[in-house]
Design a protein around this ligand. Structure first.
Ligand code: RP5
Length: 170
């Protein structure tokens, strides 16, 4: 039986979908069920409102919202739910994502959005998993393993690179 999604991933355009692929890869790797939805704060505003308003009752626990340009999507979602909303500003236009970064991070007091870096969908997924792990010991253990593996990979990569550049010379 398919598991109910715990994380909702919303993007503002079908063109944004490839950019959240790395978020779904992370969540799948951690065994966190998710769903992906396209809804635009400007072009399909009723869909966004309905999705956000119904999210908690549907069992979602965290929402990741990615949008480019005047990225109002994370903020509008946050306006309609008290679930944690993680905004991913996407590089979609001439300003390289700086426009979306500022729109995502500069929320008015009272309606927070946790903004990650431009195009940082992977970090958004890890942050979403960290929120879920507060009440999920199995997931918390998987996140610790992920960190251990990341550190081991970095050490191995550093050793290889140092050997390549200075191998033989002491
Ligand atoms: C935003 O406008 C979307 O999130 C997208 O990143 C950007 C451009 O939209 P498209 O013209 O690619 O549909 O709403």
């Amino acid at each position: 039986m398919e598991q109910k999604p715990r994380v909702g991933i919303v993007v503002g355009s079908p063109n944004d979908l490839p950019k959240v692929r790395e978020a779904t890869d992370v969540l799948a790797g951690l065994g966190v069920p998710y769903e992906v939805v396209v809804a635009s704060a400007h072009r399909t505003p009723e869909k966004v409102t309905r999705y956000a308003a119904e999210a908690a009752a549907r069992g979602l626990e965290v929402i990741i919202a990615g949008a480019g340009l005047a990225a109002h999507l994370p903020g509008v979602i946050a306006a309609h739910t008290t679930l944690p909303v993680i905004g991913v500003p996407l590089a979609a236009g001439t300003l390289g994502g700086l426009d979306a970064l500022l729109a995502t991070v500069q929320m008015p007091p009272g309606v927070p959005v946790a903004a990650v870096g431009i195009d940082a969908a992977r970090n958004a997924a890890l942050l979403a998993a960290a929120v879920l792990a507060l009440k999920d010991e199995e997931l918390a253990a998987k996140l610790k393993d992920f960190r251990r593996q990341m550190a081991a990979d970095l050490e191995a990569q550093a050793a290889r690179r140092i050997e390549e550049l200075w191998g033989g010379k002491k």
